[in-house]
Design a binder for this molecule. Structure first.
Ligand code: GLU
Length: 298
């Protein structure tokens, strides 16, 4: 049965305790691939096993890269995989996700709180400045360590809105960030070494991924975040933001990435392995799940 909780739940005080709430959070910047199938299937299974609620959140904040046709395709592909979610913003049926592009006011409120507490700063470094001095991004992470030129700025309070400059969270250098991943075990990161001052708002006036996810996971009362292991380091960043904003910390379950025979990660842009194409080639849902390293549901 579908439980349609409605918009009023998002951003409301937390009245329900100990009820599992998970989310599927795809970005509509391409077709879902076999790695998504794996992560989302596991997320759906964990929610179902706990009789929990599963939310679909369309992470469509980036106007350059997000496309409505990919959002539509992701809904169709999830349904084809037999993945169901149970809560949407407007009781618009089981297909209506929350869309981040409609939730700017929530991110802005969090930005203001961070600005007022002095933990973020405006950064005017150009891409070129960063490219010249930054260390190369390591492992799967695509945000290089910020070299720190604007770190000492103390003029955040002069900005009425975030537009026009990048905004970075000033990480407590040397602080240990640890969490116990429910799939991969204990994880340890050191702020300033594993990752640096990260973006919370982009100069083109788009809230950055780290901020939007933390705000939404709190507003949607997510109790467990299930996502790909490529986001492990982002979890460390997000834990700092969660602490700065005074939110409760969810549990984390990071799924191992699907790799090809040579051990290389199957990237999102690898169209040959999009769920769509596999479907068109005549593969069944069970075969796709098996390819994703999951046991057939039957
Ligand atoms: N939207 C992100 C992605 O597609 C995932 C966000 C998350 O699970 O925290 O990579």
């Amino acid at each position: 049965m579908m439980v349609c909780a409605g918009k009023k739940h998002v951003g409301m005080s937390k009245t329900v305790k100990n009820a599992y709430r998970g989310r599927l959070a795809p970005s509509p910047t391409g077709l879902l691939h076999i790695g998504h199938a794996r992560t989302f299937w596991i997320a759906a299974q964990r929610a179902a096993e706990r009789q929990g609620t599963l939310i679909l959140r369309n992470e469509d904040l980036d106007p350059q890269r997000s496309r409505p046709e990919f959002a539509k395709a992701m809904i169709e592909d999830l349904r084809w995989l037999g993945i169901h979610w149970s809560e949407g913003p407007d009781c618009g049926g089981p297909y209506a996700p929350y869309s981040q592009s409609e939730r700017r006011a929530h991110y802005l409120a969090a930005w203001r709180r961070l600005r007022d507490s002095g933990v973020i700063y405006p950064c005017t470094c150009s891409r070129k400045d960063l490219a010249q001095s930054a260390s190369a991004p390591n492992d799967n992470d695509d945000e290089p360590i910020y070299p720190g030129r604007c770190r000492g700025r103390a003029d955040a309070a002069e900005f009425a809105d975030p537009k026009g400059v990048n905004w970075r969270y000033r990480v407590p250098n040397g602080a240990e960030v640890t969490f116990n991943d429910l799939s991969l075990g204990p994880r340890h990161y050191t702020a300033g070494r594993g990752f640096g001052d990260f973006l919370v708002w982009r100069r083109d006036d788009v809230p950055a991924y780290q901020l939007a996810v933390v705000v939404d996971d709190d507003a949607m009362r997510i109790t467990e975040v299930v996502r790909g292991a490529d986001l492990l380091k982002s979890t460390a960043r997000q834990l700092l933001l969660i602490r700065a904003l005074g939110y409760p910390t969810p549990d984390y379950f990071h799924c191992e990435l699907v790799r090809d025979a040579g051990g290389a990660r199957l990237a999102k842009r690898h169209d040959a392995l999009s769920i769509r194409q596999l479907r068109e080639r005549g593969m069944t849902m069970e075969e796709v799940l098996e390819m994703a390293g999951l046991r057939s549901p039957r």
